[in-house]
Design a protein around this ligand. Structure first.
Ligand SMILES: C[S@@+](CC[C@H](N)C(=O)[O-])C[C@H]1O[C@@H](n2cnc3c(N)ncnc32)[C@H](O)[C@@H]1O
Length: 210
């Protein structure tokens, strides 16, 4: 079961009853996507072609926010998600995101292509599907439920698997600044720095593969 929720920037999100957690911070779902994931990535790396791994695709806000933030850039996104039902549920959402209609179209065959972007969803447990990827990614939007609700996705092993498939100077962004998560990131090989503070005192986290 997933209930519709409004967040403080007026953008909608969902509340997942099984995990007892919302898909976004109450500060603002779109604000979170733009400020914690998209801007820190684009501030550190701009390329004519970007390969993006959306790790825990959910409602697809991080991908949609990226699409409207670039110009003259070809974007290829792979989204990892284990809940096929979410692609039904997002049909009721109308966030103010320019290309969201294409995110909704993913429900048909988990693939959409437009002139400057392509998105493919791989359904399954991200801990397994991440091991099957052959591409090299420039950006990783790392966005599981919290460390309390989903500890299995914040491990050193997962970060090692992600590190392997990232290109040189690539960027991973995530919302938490948890000490044990940062420790796992460093052990996996990342250079870890503070991301922006958005709607709270603590920063998000940016990982750079140097
Ligand atoms: C915080 S939400 C993601 C929000 C999303 N990035 C967005 O912008 O809307 C976490 C997502 O992780 C998914 N998830 C939970 N466990 C997973 C797993 N083991 N493998 C893949 N996806 C998982 C959930 O179904 C949920 O959609």
């Amino acid at each position: 079961m997933k209930k519709l929720l409004a967040t403080n920037d007026n953008s909608p999100t969902l509340f997942n009853e099984k995990f007892q957690e919302a898909y976004h911070s109450t500060t603002g779902a779109i604000t979170e996507a733009i400020e914690k994931f998209v801007k820190p990535s684009l501030n550190l790396l701009r390329k004519k072609e970007l390969n993006v791994l959306d790790f825990c695709f959910g409602l697809g806000y991080n991908t949609a926010a990226l699409l409207q933030s670039v110009e003259n850039t070809k974007i290829s996104v792979i989204g990892l998600e284990n809940d096929a039902d979410i692609f039904e549920k997002i049909q009721q959402l109308n966030p103010d995101l320019k290309y969201y209609e294409y995110i909704k179209k993913l429900k048909n065959n988990y693939h959409v292509k437009k002139d400057f972007f392509e998105i493919k969803i791989i359904l399954g447990d991200a801990r397994d599907t991440v091991k099957t990827l052959q591409e090299k990614f420039d950006f990783v939007f790392f966005d599981p439920f919290s460390t309390k609700k989903c500890p299995e996705l914040w491990t050193e092993e997962v970060f090692r698997d992600v590190f392997k498939i990232m290109s040189e100077k690539s960027i991973l962004t995530t919302y938490t600044c948890s000490r044990f998560v940062r420790e796992n990131m460093r052990n996996a090989g990342f250079h870890v720095i503070d991301g922006p503070c958005v709607g709270r005192k603590s920063p998000s986290t940016i990982c750079i593969k140097e």
